[in-house]
Design a protein. Structure first.
Length: 650
């Protein structure tokens, strides 16, 4: 008979020809009178081509074997051909060859999926004995001779269907297992990439010592503790002369050698970082100012002397500035004071250590004047807002503006936000200043035809009691929807109390506000942190954008951040974009939005309204960008060779 492609293969193993005939009759198609009548009617209507629509016979393909060894060979051949048997009906006694027990055991060893049916009127073995060698128990069954046709057919039908389902489940499990393995592999690769990116972001490529970012982070962590600690800065004396006479390779070798000396002579537990160029920073615990100066003097003495660099004898030396502060101090201010002390050491003979004192800091008096003037700036009308457009990657459409505060004093003229914002943060004036910025930005937002406004909130503002209620009240008072306000915060703002920050961000998101993590890559960036907090977008810090054309590490970090953001479904905004080459590189890399001087400087409110109404920022220097829908998920090679000086991407 013709075997259909989907026929279930059945193996019959019995030494009696009569039994084989019984099996054939059992599986033969059965037709009743009604089926015959329908077939006659179909023939009358359609002729010889009438379909056999009433054939209800089971779809089985039978293989008959008289001896156990032949059956074992048939199973082996079927497996090799990729056409395994679903069910085998096996007689127990089959002289003179191997018996049914041995046959079942050998078949099971070859094919763990086949269902075995032991068919016998009597047996030398109990079912338990056969199950032990040919199990598992749920794949071995028993039928007594003589058997009924229905019993054989129903058993074959049920077991064949079960065999089919088992294979489908096994295939599904295998597919799932492959997917799980792939996800684990991708997760491990992502973690490795993240680890490499973090290491590159926080370590100096020449010495592999922590860099300025890591040093500032360590300072920020240390001020949270108690007790005194020293922040020291070291600068090599006459390093430029060595660089100019022996070349940069010699200069690099000297820096590596000095870095090892600093590690060897610094107090136990100290953090030694290369801050840039020939400048190093050391953070260490100390009992007081005298002990700190003594430790720095030992390091300065170790750096002085003759060193061999590429076969040349050079005279090396270093100067140091140190400040001793207690827990709770401002880390940036501690670094600034150490730098002031270092400058004093360089001015006063080199090769010495200078301890910071207030006479070195004209800036302290300036800070006090700014603090006093800032408290009256709002009442005097000296504050204003400017707005820098944020544009979409593909069409350069203006989708929003970042609100930036400016202070123009009648006495001192314009004062940079980089100066007065940190002072406001320290003096608690930041709350009053922040309220004014938010209200003014929301009022201006109502004039725009659909863009959002992005407002920065400092760490102290974010920790404000009932911060969520305060923001909601301001938006309701202004009559705008929460989705029109993007809240920009830095990682520093949310890690002082991570659990409280996560709850606050979740509430803001639930109310409809959008959250942007500013200066991403310069703080405590990690995959875990991004997943923990409710975020909508990441803003790549401008320092990485600026470094893309000079440092391969910066380009790698930018691409890693973009990949990470896209993988987590976040927008990625590149700020500080200042050249056409940067625009093109960032668009190809997949940044969703751009912001920077190349597109537009921060502009007054009236000009912002014009840009919002015009919607698109055009430039002949921005090359047309392909339709993003053509291949939105294309992978980007993070090791691509970027030549941003010419605007070419290879």
């Amino acid at each position: 008979m013709t075997v259909a492609d989907d026929a279930k293969r059945i193996l019959i193993v019995d030494d009696e020809p009569a039994m084989h005939e019984s099996y054939k009759r059992s599986f033969a198609p059965q037709r009743g009178k009604s089926e015959d009548a329908l077939s006659d009617m179909a023939t009358e209507l359609f002729g010889d081509d009438a379909p056999d629509a009433v054939d209800q016979s089971p779809n089985f393909a039978l293989t008959h074997m008289n001896q156990g060894l032949d059956a074992v060979g048939a199973v082996e051949a079927a497996l090799a051909a990729g056409t395994p048997y679903a069910v085998a009906f096996i007689d127990v006694r089959m002289p003179p060859g191997i018996d049914g027990r041995e046959t079942a055991m050998r078949i099971r060893a070859l094919d763990p999926d086949i269902n075995l049916v032991i068919v016998t009127g009597y047996s030398d073995f109990s079912p338990i004995e056969i199950s032990k060698v040919a199990g598992p128990a749920d794949k071995i069954f028993y039928i007594a001779k003589p058997f009924e046709v229905a019993e054989i057919v129903q058993t074959a039908t049920a077991l064949a269907r079960r065999w089919e389902v088992d294979r489908e489940l096994a295939a599904a499990r295998a597919t799932l297992s492959d997917q799980v393995a792939q996800l684990k592999e991708q997760g491990a690769e992502l973690a490795a990439n993240e680890s490499r990116a973090i290491h590159m972001a926080t370590h100096d490529s020449l010495t592999d010592a922590p860099n300025r970012l890591a040093f500032v982070r360590a300072l920020a962590d240390r001020v949270k503790g108690e007790g005194m600690f020293a922040t020291a800065m070291f600068d090599l004396d006459r390093f430029k002369t060595i660089n100019d006479t022996l070349g940069h390779l010699a200069g690099d070798a000297l820096i590596r050698d000095i870095c090892l000396t600093l590690h060897d002579t610094a107090p136990e537990g100290a953090i030694v970082a290369r801050l840039g160029g020939d400048e190093f920073g050391i953070l260490f615990e100390t009992a007081g100012e005298e002990a700190a100066v003594m430790a720095c003097d030992r390091i300065v003495a170790a750096c002085a002397g003759t060193r061999q660099v590429f076969g040349n004898s050079v005279q090396s030396g270093a100067s140091a500035g140190v400040v001793v502060v207690a827990g709770g101090a401002d880390p940036i201010d501690a670094l600034r004071r150490a730098d002031l002390a270092l400058n004093d050491a360089k001015r006063n003979g080199r090769g010495v250590t200078r301890l910071f004192d207030e006479s070195m800091d004209e800036g302290i008096r300036t800070r006090r004047r700014i603090e006093e003037g800032l408290s009256e700036a709002i009442a005097r009308g000296e504050l204003s807002l400017v707005y820098q457009p944020i544009v979409s990657r593909d069409t350069i459409e203006v989708v929003g503006f970042e609100a930036l505060v400016r202070w123009n004093t009648s006495e001192h003229g314009p004062i940079s936000p980089a100066i007065f914002i940190p002072i406001a943060e320290e003096s608690n004036i930041i709350h009053e200043l922040g309220d004014w910025i938010l209200d003014a930005a929301l009022q201006e937002l109502k004039r725009w035809p659909g863009q959002y406004v992005s407002v920065n909130f400092s760490p102290r503002q974010f920790r404000r009691h009932n911060f969520v209620g305060h923001i909601m009240e301001a938006t309701q008072r202004a009559g705008i929807t929460p989705s029109q306000l993007h809240i920009e915060i830095t990682e520093t703002a949310i890690f002082d109390d991570a659990d409280r920050a996560a709850e606050t961000l979740y509430k803001l998101r639930q109310m409809g506000f959008r959250i942007s993590l500013d200066d991403f890559g310069t703080g405590y960036s990690s995959l875990y942190n991004i997943r923990k907090f409710a975020l909508d977008s990441l803003k790549i810090d401008r320092s990485f954008i600026d470094g893309m054309g000079r440092e391969r590490e910066s380009a790698a970090i930018v691409h890693s951040i973009i990949h990470l953001g896209r993988a987590l479904g976040l927008e990625v905004i590149a700020e500080g974009v200042e050249t056409a080459a940067q625009v093109q590189a960032l668009r190809i890399a997949g940044a969703s939005h751009l912001q920077g001087y190349f597109l537009s400087r921060p502009v007054p409110a009236d000009r912002a309204l014009e840009l919002a109404t015009e919607r698109f920022i055009g430039s002949d220097e921005i090359a047309p960008f392909p339709d993003p829908g053509a291949n939105p998920d294309a992978d980007i090679d993070i090791d691509a060779d970027l030549n941003l000086g010419t605007g070419t991407i290879r």
